[in-house]
Design a protein around this ligand. Sequence first.
Ligand code: ZN
Length: 424
Amino acid sequence: MTPGHGAGPVLIRADRLIDGTGAAPVPDAVLLVDEGRVAGVFRGQAPEGLVSPNAPVLDYRGCTLLPGLIDAHVHLNLPGDGSTLEQAVQEADGVLVATATFAVTRALAAGITTVRDMGAARSTVFQVRRAMELGHGHGARIVAGGQPITITGGHTWYLGGEADGVDGVRRKVREMARLGADFIKVMASGGGTVGTMSWLPAFRRDELAALVEEAHRMDRKAVAHCLCAASIDDAVEAGVDQIEHANFLVDPAGHQEFVPATAEKVARAGVPVTGTLAVGGTMLKALSAKPDRTAPEQALLDRWRRMHDQNMAHFRKLHEAGVKHVAGTDAGWRFTPIEGLPLEMELMGEAGLPAMDVLVAATGRAAAVIEVGDRVGTLVPGKLADVIAVPGNPLDDLGCLRDVRLVVQGGAVHVARPPLGHRD
Ligand SMILES: [Zn+2]
């Protein structure tokens, strides 16, 4: 079914509509979709004469309409089944392409209509994006950076993104642009890759500054992975556009120490942060569900419990310092599934963001930050009709986002389940 896709206009009716801009919900809402785009949002009914009385109506009373969700941090190559990066990259590129294809399909079915891939092997994710551009299948829209640029032996070096020195990083930025990168991802600290140092900055400052300058010269944003305060400081000073994780690790044991001056610097620079809280949330769930834990497994669980608590506390402090967050899960990494965005949003709420701010962080603001805001992210006339319906009211319970009833992408209906299911 493709409402408003050459087949004439279609109306979608629901208890309320939240448009993703942060504006108050529209009660008793009617959304008009025409030619695959949002053509109007009305209260009660569409104005007389605007739409034929015979126009089809999708009746989602009992539900809330929202823009299709956006996950600003995923790894489509990775299965999210607990595998480590080291295990996943043993597979041939064809397997990584297939995994990414399955992932975007699953994301779309969960109401996630756009994803930003934050690190993939070689050209694999660009190839999936190309197949979708050719119309060979459906899935979440892909914004992709390709290989994260990393120091030799640095975080995720297996993906192909190693570069060193000012000339080396400039060349690597140009190579990513040639492959089709929408933005440039840089690993400004170590990470969860074996042998890397997550508590230390990775690049020298002159390398980081050159990388950001080259990305901007190529008209692309630079997005930095930062797990320690010094890497955040360096990234902001180098002029990066966004920061991923923004953790405050201080040692190999996973201890963190929040640095208020660093948080204020991020806020002052207006650099948005993706929290990726779901990684700890899913890790804790998986590790604590395992019976008869060995001593190393128990140690890992204790470590993650501490890290997750600190991540939640520091997310809250960043928010209080005035940092703007966008929703992103790190889906694919370890136990984080591609459908993990509702969990991320619930954790953002638990960490102190008002529910409306959480919804904007996964729709309008996410779209602006990942530079698709001219097309999607809000339900305002002219935007592509990426629309979901969820039962109840997400402002009261973000958990309802786990139970998506309707998924429309660019005016095409991909999921149309009855509006009220097991939750009533
Ligand atoms: Zn990541």
